[in-house]
Design a protein. Structure first.
Length: 74
């Protein structure tokens, strides 16, 4: 859900791709990759307003997104 929210805004989606080095095809092909999912959540963490807005939009506490990223990186 966090990825869907991130990609719902063209500017934010472009920033995600630029900062992660992923391209749209790579992102689509690696949606099940824990490292990619963690990178998406870390992207949100690096800009707190995005983290909070995403958490609000998908109705989870921001701390849950952070905990999910931590779990994916183990």
């Amino acid at each position: 859900m966090a990825l869907g929210w991130t990609l719902s805004d063209d500017e934010r989606a472009s920033r995600l791709l630029a900062l992660t080095g992923l391209d749209p095809a790579d992102l689509r092909s690696r949606l099940e990759d824990d490292a990619v999912l963690a990178a998406i959540l870390r992207f949100l963490e690096t800009h707190e307003p995005d983290l909070i807005a995403c958490a609000d939009a998908i109705d989870v506490p921001p701390a849950d997104l952070v905990a999910s990223r931590e779990a994916l990186e183990r």
